[in-house]
Structures are given as structure tokens and as C-alpha cells.
Design a protein around this ligand. Structure first.
Ligand SMILES: Cc1ncc(COP(=O)(O)O)c(C=O)c1O
Length: 403
């Protein structure tokens, strides 16, 4: 995702402000900082852009998920339902609190299947965590209704879908809490960073305190602040936040460019019989960071992925067999490999991830190719790329079907 493609003068200027004062920390040093409060400035602007009352910046998307869960009171033994297609961070953020990840199937949206969520609810369930993978969203309306019926939290992981919307609301703002990543390969980047949005004042206060050792941030003497509860250090630095301010200023032009390039590719691939596209739930608008499409079966998809790469079409992913994003590749997580002893709640409650049946998800993932959408492609380049993808895929399909 292209934030790094858009790095330029604006980011340099913002970072320079921080370097000039030398105040790299977001708290304190009031007299030295030349009036620059980069983290606070980003939080205010981001909350506004995301149409939410509160934003808390933290050190990464992974920390954002952990802090959001903690802020809402999720702790040891609480179950959090998450999809089996996501980045490992979802799993890690839950485990960090001694809570228990419950992995369930995805559907043709490539995100949480609401029916699978319903089937996984137990008396210990506290939270449902949809992950809006590759630029598009889960069926949030259905998930919200389930959460309401069972008194559960809805926490959106919108790390890969910033700028998308559902029923007119920015993704991340539809549930109780929403999380974003600003790492180097996200739609907008801070280098490293993450953000939490919410309309719940208490969750906002809890996030603020939890990400900074429990500090209450009252007054202007850090040493005299009280600590209402236990917290840790998930703070963002002023340098990272400064980059984010400049990137946030570019978000709408990045999204517009993504949409344009996505549309060229999609229109061309739509002409191929046998290619279909991921379902976007009614009411949803993607952020167009990826074009996700299905081929008729696993074998053809593998061949198409290899052929695209051999023909020099870069940035096409076959998640089904990589080690990042799908349960199959997570040998260390399936076998709970950890440096130290894990909390007893996790060991006692977690499902056997080696034997859980994810065949419904396999059926979608084994047929999915995701093409990244870059913003740096010129009109000629994106057209040439789309045409090449069409030639490669349609010749493969013709060959296979005539066999
Ligand atoms: C869906 C999802 N959630 C969470 C994260 C974690 O973000 P970070 O790398 O900032 O910790 C990522 C990062 O790739 C992600 O893709």
C-alpha cells in the first residue's frame, strides 16, 4: 500500500520541525518544543477525518489492537472471535492480554463470515474482531446485529482498509472501536505507528492511559501524575507522528489514484470468462488498495499466479500459500510456540488450530489472487499491466479448458 510512494517535501518539513526543537517525545518539554505537538495534532486531524470523537495514536497497528482490547476491558480468558485470513498481528494482539483468539471461517468477502461468528459464540466471548483485509470490509451490519444481540464488542481492524466506508461511515468508525496501522507499507504511513478511534469517552481515556504506563495525563508535571491502572509503553514518537500529519494531508489524493488504477485493472479483467471478484457487502465502498479476484479452481490459480510472476507482473499475492496472512502458514501459532510459558487460560481454552476445519475458507483462499494497487503507475503503465494480466490469465484458462 502506497504511503511510502507519496513521501516527499511535506513529510520532510514536518520532521524538520521536530528535529529543530529536538523534542522527540509527545509529552512534556513544553518550553523547548516551539509549539509543536505532532502526535496531538495528528490525533485531532485523524479523529475529524474518521468522523469519530476520539483518536489515540500508538506505536503500531499491533499495539493499537492490544490497547483497544485492553481499553474495553478484555483480559485473561476472554474470547475474541477473529478470521483465519488476516495478518498474524490479530492473533498476537489478543494473546498479549492473555485473552483467547477464536479463529473462524471467512466467506466470499474474504473477511469474517457472520454465520461462523454466530456458531463460535460461547459464554466467554467478549469481542468480535472483523479484519477488513486487502481494502474491503466484512458485513458490518450483520456483525453489529450479532454483537448487539449477544452484548459483545465490535472492534474493527481497518489496518488495510483506511479510507473505505460502510453505510457512509469511515471504516473503523462503525464498531465500538477501530484500529489502523501506519507502518511503512500502509495506505498512509508514519514509518511505524498505529491509531485507535472510538466515540466512547471511557475507552478513549483508558487507551490514553494504558499506552503510557497508566499515566492520567492530568496537569503538566509528568512526575506528579497519578496512575489509575496498570499500563505499558505503546507510545508513538513525535518524529513518526510528524510524518503521519503530512501523509494524512494526502489521503484523499492517494485514495483517488488507487480507485483510478483499480478501475482500469478491474474493467480489463472483467472481460475474462472465469474470473470473478470478491464480494463487497451491500453498503460498502472499498479503499481500492488491492484488486482481489477468484479463478475457477486451486490448480488454475496457482498456475496463473506463477505465470503472472514469470511474465513480470509484480505485486500479485497468492495468500493461500504464503506465511503471512493465512492460518496454513502459521505453524508457530498453530503449535503455540512461545519463548516463555503462556497464560493458563490460553492453554486451557484455545481450539486445536491444527485440526480445526477451515475448508470453507480454503475454498475461497485457494482461488484468490490479490493484486496490489500502486499509485505511481502512469496511465500507460497501468493499462499495459492490465492488458498483460488479461493475456496471461485468459490464455491459461483457454488452454486448461480445451485440455
Ligand atoms: C490487518 C492487519 N492488522 C494489523 C497489522 C499490524 O500493523 P503493524 O505492522 O503496524 O503492527 C497489519 C499489518 O500489516 C495488518 O495488515
Amino acid at each position: 500500500m502506497p504511503g511510502f510512494e507519496a513521501f516527499g517535501e511535506e513529510e520532510r518539513k514536518q520532521v524538520h520541525d521536530v528535529l529543530e526543537s529536538g523534542v522527540l517525545m509527545r509529552y512534556g518539554f513544553d518550553g523547548m518544543r516551539n509549539g509543536h505537538w505532532k502526535a496531538k495534532e495528528f490525533e485531532t486531524a485523524f479523529a475529524k477525518r474518521m468522523e469519530s470523537n476520539y483518536c489515540q495514536l500508538v506505536s503500531s497497528g499491533t499495539s493499537a489492537l492490544t490497547v483497544a482490547l485492553a481499553a474495553a476491558g478484555v483480559g485473561a480468558g476472554d474470547e475474541v472471535i477473529m478470521p483465519c485470513f488476516t495478518f498474524v498481528a490479530s492473533f498476537e494482539s489478543i494473546m498479549m492480554l492473555g485473552a483467547v483468539p477464536v479463529l473462524v471461517d471467512i466467506d466470499d468477502t474474504l473477511t469474517l463470515d457472520p454465520e461462523a461468528v454466530k456458531a463460535a459464540i460461547t459464554p466467554r466471548t467478549r469481542c468480535v474482531m472483523p479484519v477488513h483485509m486487502c481494502g474491503s470490509m466484512a458485513d458490518l451490519k450483520a456483525l453489529k446485529a450479532i454483537c448487539k444481540e449477544h452484548g459483545l464488542l465490535l472492534l474493527e481492524d481497518a489496518c488495510q482498509a483506511i479510507g473505505g466506508t460502510f453505510e457512509g461511515k469511515p471504516l473503523g468508525s462503525y464498531g465500538d472501536l477501530g484500529c489502523f496501522s501506519f507502518d511503512y507499507v500502509k495506505t498512509i504511513t508514519c514509518g511505524e505507528g498505529g491509531g485507535i478511534i472510538t466515540n466512547n469517552k471511557q475507552y478513549a481515556i483508558n487507551s490514553d492511559q494504558y499506552q503510557d504506563h497508566g499515566h492520567d495525563h492530568v496537569g503538566n508535571d509528568r512526575g506528579a501524575e497519578t496512575h489509575p491502572t496498570l499500563g505499558y509503553n505503546f507510545r508513538i514518537s513525535e518524529l513518526n507522528a510528524a510524518v503521519g500529519i503530512a501523509q494524512l494531508g494526502k489521503i484523499d489524493s492517494i485514495l483517488a489514484r488507487q480507485k483510478k488504477n483499480y478501475t482500469v485493472m478491474r474493467n480489463v479483467l472483467s472481460e475474462i470468462e472465469g474470473v470473478t471478484f470478491r464480494r463487497v457487502p451491500e453498503g460498502g465502498v472499498e479503499n481500492y488498495s488491492f484488486l482481489n479476484f477468484f479463478l475457477p479452481n486451486e490448480e488454475l490459480t496457482k498456475k496463473a499466479h506463477a505465470a503472472l510472476s514469470a511474465e513480470g507482473v509484480d505485486a500479485c499475492f497468492y495468500w493461500f500459500s504464503n506465511n503471512w496472512h493465512y492460518i496454513h502458514g502459521w505453524e508457530h501459532l498453530r503449535n503455540l510456540k512461545s519463548l516463555g510459558n503462556l497464560p493458563s487460560e490460553i492453554k486451557k481454552q484455545i481450539q486445536d488450530l491444527n485440526t480445526t476445519d477451515f475448508s470453507k475458507s480454503d475454498a475461497w483462499m485457494s482461488r484468490t489472487i490479490s493484486s496490489l494497487v500502486k499509485i505511481g503507475w502512469s496511465e500507460n503503465e497501468i493499462q499495459a499491466r492490465a492488458d498483460k494480466m488479461k493475456t496471461v490469465i485468459s490464455s491459461l484458462l483457454k488452454k486448461e479448458y480445451s485440455l
